[in-house]
Structures are given as structure tokens and as C-alpha cells.
Write a protein that binds this ligand. Structure first.
Ligand SMILES: Nc1ncnc2c1ncn2[C@@H]1O[C@H](COP(=O)(O)OP(=O)(O)OP(=O)(O)O)[C@@H](O)[C@H]1O
Length: 658
């Protein structure tokens, strides 16, 4: 989109969670991960078995202790203690080894699950249409791709395994306690019931806070991303402090949510620590009384408490595991928010294909409105009819915000028409596979985006067949590069520190705006499309370079159909014909001189463009510094010119309304 577009139909401000879906229960929500866990399942099951056997071994140790206390210790037979003590040592060693095995088994498969989910997320983000990306803040996507997936991996490899194992161990352990002494076992069980109730209450409250904190972390990532991206603007306008205070208030909200989470966590921990302690002290009192009555041996009493101690960690871990599972559930929901997003721009079931399109581009009764545009605004494009014959260069001209960029975006299906059709050689663009369509039609935007890759890779982005080190491919790639860079007047690329292999940095930020635009133009030219769509791609060039690029473009445009959004009169001169856009329609098509002669609105638009170009040229070459009084006079003159222009525009509009 053009960055200069005046917001006529302002987009709805982005929200943290655009996707509204019915809530699933925690188990059902987490169950959706099975599709990604699949191949790692044996490793997870193996890890669970290792942890389970280790815990069961821990539960058998109290039985050996009972044998020691009731046998050799009661009989004062020191020699008989040794084999039993060795048995305890052996069991402890096996338990430790099994714990090691549990970790070792899941490390590799866990990271592979994470990688698979991340690749799926990335592929989905690539596939989703531009209107999805218009709505979703980048930090929200980033936090999902990085921290949420890391959390899910940790939960799958550690939280899930231990939750299952601990629940089994608690059931088995309580069974053992009951079998040792049903009364003590029952007291232990009944005293633990408040813990389950507290856990249930905790789940509802914690889920809500967990979602909030992960969304806020995403918003914070967006704020960091935006301020890093816009660091030049912030510095230039001295708004660093303002950005910092915004960031602080967002960080403060996140901190408050984290504290609320920690409070809930602390509450459940109180229950978890206090309830088993109360249960054990009641059991101890009753146990001693039973032992005094001769209904329980000392060995049995020791074994009972040793077993209860083994159960202490699984019971204590309930709160932590619950919180962990709820965080993982939130991360899973956030992941599926993206995966479940419906792609409204998809390939057709039976795609059409064109080997060598002639390049006839036609818009027939095209209507379009942005999804979130309020009803009262009507269609932004309101019945566009326009035909570009093969090899023709058409300039698209209109007042700012009239929808020129939007119209060009329909050609490669960045958005789909809401009515009518766009066709290439008579075939609706929706009938092609998107990948094929985008090889036939290439675009260059005013806001030139480069990737953190070499100049070569950036320029050959649309020619994947020219990647690789094969000498013949490399020679062809060099030829294409040379030609494209020459047309775009981008020979400066050869003088970069490592020539065409120089990495241009994130978004090409290491280059000037004009250099970025020239490389983006070279990229569109190198794609050798049948149709070239240029959305004001020369705006950042000085007048001399622009003239050179235009002269070179004329050569290639002779054999390629081109639709050029023009913001400068010189760009209009490139075109065979000009289409004038007004109120969502094409109101006139003809040569520049025909339109100058016949269209009042065209004369007005061209005058505005000339004025803009004159002001831009004055900025590029301001001449000697004027004296202060002269400078004030100049400012006044420019202000007066703007006022006159505004008056003329109002008069023209009133005229048109009448
Ligand atoms: N993603 C979007 N969602 C909603 N509205 C949008 C979106 N992009 C642009 N618009 C609105 O659509 C209108 C047309 O924008 P567009 O960029 O197509 O105009 P333009 O004619 O190319 O402007 P300019 O000459 O300034 O580049 C503007 O009012 C703009 O606010």
C-alpha cells in the first residue's frame, strides 16, 4: 500500500486476538496437538514409562524399609541389614538412571515437534492473504512463533509426561497406603479433597490471566518491533521518550498480569503445602495411637510415612503442573488461532494455465471494498472498466487515496475483487494457481522492501530457477542481473563492499530509499513478467536518475504490458495511454494530451502532480540559503500556493457535485 494514502476508510485498529472462536475445554484444546506429536509419540510414551517405573521403584523403597525395621532392626541382627540396605541403594540407582533416560528420550523428539509446528505456522502465514496481515500485529505473530511454541515443547516433553506419571503415582500410592492401613489411607485421602477443589477453582481464574499475559507479551513484542523498525522516525521527531513511556505502560500492564498470575499461583501453593501437611499430622497422630494399640507395627508406620513422603512431590507438583498445562493450553489456542484462520484467497480446484501470456490485462466492472470498511462508505472501487492491450503502457492517475494502489493489488490477488473480474488474456486471475499468476504479473511498490539477503538473491527473488552454483545457471543469472540492474540504474550495487553478494541488511535499511527502490524495480524487471505493475516505484529517485530509469524502462516496456501508478508528470510521459481514476471509477482514458484537452479533473490532477514535483525538486536542490526575510516570504508564497490549490480543489469538487 502506498504510505501516502489518506485514510478514507480507516481500517479497524488491530486487536490482540482477532480470531473469535468458541472456547474448548483444556483437555480438548491440548488434544489438538496430537497431529503434530504423531511421530514423536513413541519417545513420549517411552519417557512416561521410564518416569513411571522410576516413581514405582521409589514407592517400593518404603516396603524394603518396613522389612528392615520389622526384621533385622527389631531382632538386632546387624548383618541382615546389609543386603536390604544394598537393595535400597540399587533401587535408588536404577531410579536415578531412569530419570536420566526420561529426559534423554524426549529432548530430540520434543524439539522436532516444535520445529514441525513452527514450519506449519510459517507456511500458513505465507499462505494467508494480505487482509489477514493487515489485521494482525506482527508482534503477536512473532510471540506465537517463538515463545508460545517453546512453551508447548517444554510442556509436551516435561509437563505432560510428569502430569500423567504423577497422577498414576498418586493413585497407586494412595492404594498402597490404603492396603497398609485402610483407616490411615482414608484419612489421607479425605484430607486431600480440599486440594482438588482448590485446583478446580484455580483452573478457571488462571486460564483467563494466562491468555491475557501471553497476548500482552505479544503486544509488547509489537511495540518493540515497531519502535526498532521506526527508529529513524522516532529519533528524527524526538519521540523516543514518548515511545518509551508507551512501552513502559504496556510493560506495566504485563507486569500486573504476571503478578496476578503469581498471586493465584501462590494461593494454590498454600493449599498444596498446607493440606498434605495437615493430612500427614492427622495420620501421624492416629498412626501412633494405632501402633500403641498394637494394631500397626513400627515398620508399617515407618513405611506408611515413607510412602506418604514419596507422594509429597507428585501432590505438590499438581498446582505447578496445572498452571503449566493451562499456559500450554493458552499457547495452543493462540497457535490454532492462526492455523484455523480461513484463507479467503486460495488456488482453484481446477486451475487454468498459460504458457506464454500475451499480456492483455482487463478489469471488467470491478468492485472492491476492504473487509473492515464501514457500510456507510460504499465500495472503494465502484465499477472499474479498463483494458490494457498486450505491450501497452498505461499510467494510472488520480487524487491521493482514490484507490490506485488498491486496484493494482487486485491484479496479483493480494486482494480479491468483491465484484466483477480481472482477467489476463481473457482468463480470470482467480482461475490461475497463485504461484503461476505471480510469475506472469510482477509488481514493484513505492515502499520497496528488501530481505536480509544478498543483492543477487533480492533481485532474483522472482526467478528461483536462476539460484544455484551450476556454471550455466550462474552465467544466465549474471546476464539477467546485469540487464535488470542497468534498466533500474542500479549499477551502484557492483560497488558495494562485496558487490552483488553484499547482504543488504534487514529490510535493506543499510541502503538509501532511492537505492532500495531501484533494486526493487530491478527485481520486478528481472522476473520477466508478461505484465509489470509499478506502484509509483520511482518516488524516491532524484529527477536526473528518474529520467535515466524512465529512458531504460521505455525499452523494456515496449515488449511488456505495464500498469504504472503515476505520481509525477514525467512518469505519465512514459505511458502510451493514461487512465484517470475518480470516485472509484475510471472516468477517462486517452493519451496525455487528449486528457489534458478534454478533462477538467485530469488538468487539476496533473497540475497538483506538477506542483508536488516542483516542490520536491526545490527540496532536492534548494539553491543558496535565502536571507531570513526571503525565507519567510518563500514560506508565505508556498502557503499561499497551497491555499489557492485547496480553493481550486474545493471549487472543482463543487462544480462536479453540481
Ligand atoms: N488495508 C486496508 N484496509 C482498509 N482500508 C485501506 C487499506 N489500505 C488502504 N485503505 C484505504 O483505501 C483507500 C485507498 O487507498 P490506496 O492506497 O489504494 O489509494 P491511492 O490512490 O493509491 O493513494 P496514494 O495516491 O496516496 O498512494 C484509502 O482511503 C485508504 O485509507
Amino acid at each position: 500500500m502506498s504510505s501516502t494514502a489518506a485514510p478514507q476508510h480507516p481500517p479497524t485498529p488491530p486487536t490482540s486476538t482477532p480470531a473469535e472462536k468458541p472456547e474448548l475445554g483444556a483437555v480438548r484444546a491440548l488434544w489438538r496437538l496430537r497431529a503434530f506429536v504423531g511421530p514423536a509419540m513413541p519417545a513420549f510414551v517411552g519417557s512416561m514409562l521410564a518416569a513411571l517405573v522410576a516413581q514405582l521403584i521409589a514407592l517400593t523403597i518404603p516396603q524394603v524399609l518396613q522389612q528392615i525395621v520389622d526384621g533385622p532392626l527389631a531382632n538386632r541382627d546387624a548383618a541382615a541389614v546389609v543386603p536390604l540396605a544394598l537393595l535400597v541403594f540399587g533401587l535408588g540407582a536404577v531410579e536415578a538412571l531412569l530419570y536420566g533416560l526420561r529426559r534423554w528420550l524426549v529432548v530430540g523428539p520434543g524439539t522436532r515437534v516444535e520445529a514441525r509446528m513452527r514450519n506449519t505456522l510459517y507456511a500458513k502465514l505465507q499462505d494467508l492473504p494480505v487482509n489477514f496481515h493487515d489485521k494482525w500485529p506482527s508482534g503477536q505473530l512473532l510471540s506465537r512463533a517463538v515463545s508460545d511454541l517453546g512453551l508447548i515443547r517444554r510442556w509436551l516433553s516435561f509437563g505432560l509426561v510428569l502430569t500423567v506419571v504423577n497422577v498414576i503415582v498418586i493413585i497407586v500410592g494412595v492404594g498402597i497406603l490404603m492396603s497398609m492401613n485402610w483407616l490411615l489411607g482414608l484419612i489421607f485421602l479425605v484430607c486431600s479433597l480440599p486440594l482438588w477443589w482448590a485446583g478446580y477453582r484455580f483452573e478457571g481464574r488462571y486460564s483467563e490471566k494466562s491468555r491475557l499475559s501471553q497476548d500482552q507479551a505479544g503486544d509488547l513484542a509489537t511495540a518493540v518491533e515497531e519502535s526498532v523498525h521506526g527508529i529513524r522516525v522516532l529519533k528524527a521527531f524526538g519521540r523516543g521518550k514518548h515511545a518509551l513511556s508507551n512501552f513502559r505502560s504496556q510493560a506495566e500492564s504485563l507486569r500486573s498480569t504476571e503478578i496476578a498470575k503469581a498471586r493465584l499461583d501462590a494461593d494454590i501453593w498454600v493449599w498444596i503445602m498446607v493440606v498434605p501437611a495437615i493430612a500427614l499430622s492427622i495420620c501421624l497422630t492416629v498412626g501412633i495411637w494405632l501402633a500403641a494399640q498394637g494394631q500397626l507395627s513400627v515398620g508399617e508406620l515407618v513405611a506408611f510415612f515413607a510412602t506418604a513422603t514419596v507422594l509429597a512431590w507428585p501432590i505438590e507438583s499438581i498446582g505447578f503442573m496445572l498452571a503449566f498445562a493451562l499456559d500450554a493450553r493458552t499457547a495452543t489456542d493462540r497457535f490454532f488461532d492462526i492455523i484455523d484462520s480461513e484463507n479467503t484467497i486460495v488456488d482453484p480446484a481446477e486451475p487454468r494455465s498459460l504458457d506464454r501470456p500475451r499480456g492483455e490485462l482487463a478489469f471488467t466492472d470491478v468492485h472492491f471494498r476492504y473487509q473492515d470498511s464501514p457500510e456507510r462508505f460504499g465500495d472503494l472501487l465502484d465499477g472499474i472498466d479498463l483494458v490494457l492491450t498486450p505491450g501497452e503502457t498505461m499510467a494510472l492517475v488520480g487524487l491521493t487515496g482514490c484507490g490506485k494502489t488498491t486496484l493494482t493489488a487486485l491484479t496479483t490477488r493480494l486482494y480479491d475483487v468483491t465484484g466483477g473480474s480481472v482477467t489476463l488474456d481473457g482468463v480470470d486471475v482467480r482461475a490461475f494457481k497463485r504461484e503461476e499468476l505471480r510469475t506472469h504479473i510482477a509488481m514493484a511498490f513505492e515502499d520497496a522492501t528488501l530481505f536480509s539477503a544478498s543483492v543477487r538473491e533480492n533481485v532474483l527473488l522472482g526467478r528461483p530457477e536462476l539460484a544455484g552454483d551450476d556454471p550455466s545457471v550462474r552465467a544466465e543469472a549474471d546476464r539477467v542481473l546485469e540487464q535488470a540492474l542497468a534498466i533500474a540504474q542500479a549499477a551502484f550495487a557492483y560497488d558495494l563492499p562485496e558487490g552483488l553478494d553484499t547482504r543488504v541488511g534487514e529490510e535493506g535499511m543499510s541502503l538509501s530509499g532511492g537505492q532500495r527502490q531501484r533494486l526493487a524495480l530491478a527485481r520486478a524487471v528481472a522476473a520477466k513478467p508478461a505484465v509489470l505493475v509499478l506502484d509509483d516505484p520511482l518516488s524516491a529517485l532524484d529527477v536526473t536518475t528518474e529520467a535515466k530509469v524512465e529512458a531504460a524502462l521505455r525499452e523494456i516496456l515496449a515488449s511488456t504490458t505495464a500498469l504504472i501508478v503515476a505520481h509525477r508528470p514525467s512518469t505519465v510521459m512514459l505511458a502510451d495511454r493514461v487512465a484517470l481514476m475518480e470516485d472509484g471509477r475510471i472516468t477517462a482514458v486517452g493519451t496525455h494530451s487528449e486528457l489534458l484537452r478534454e478533462s477538467e479533473h485530469y488538468r487539476f490532477v496533473i497540475t497538483s502532480l506538477e506542483e508536488d514535483a516542483r516542490l520536491a525538486a526545490a527540496v532536492e536542490d534548494p539553491g543558496p540559503d535565502p536571507a531570513p526575510e526571503t525565507a519567510i516570504e518563500t514560506e508565505k508564497t508556498i502557503a499561499a500556493e497551497f491555499e489557492a490549490e485547496a480553493r481550486a480543489e474545493r471549487a472543482t469538487r463543487e462544480e462536479a457535485t453540481r
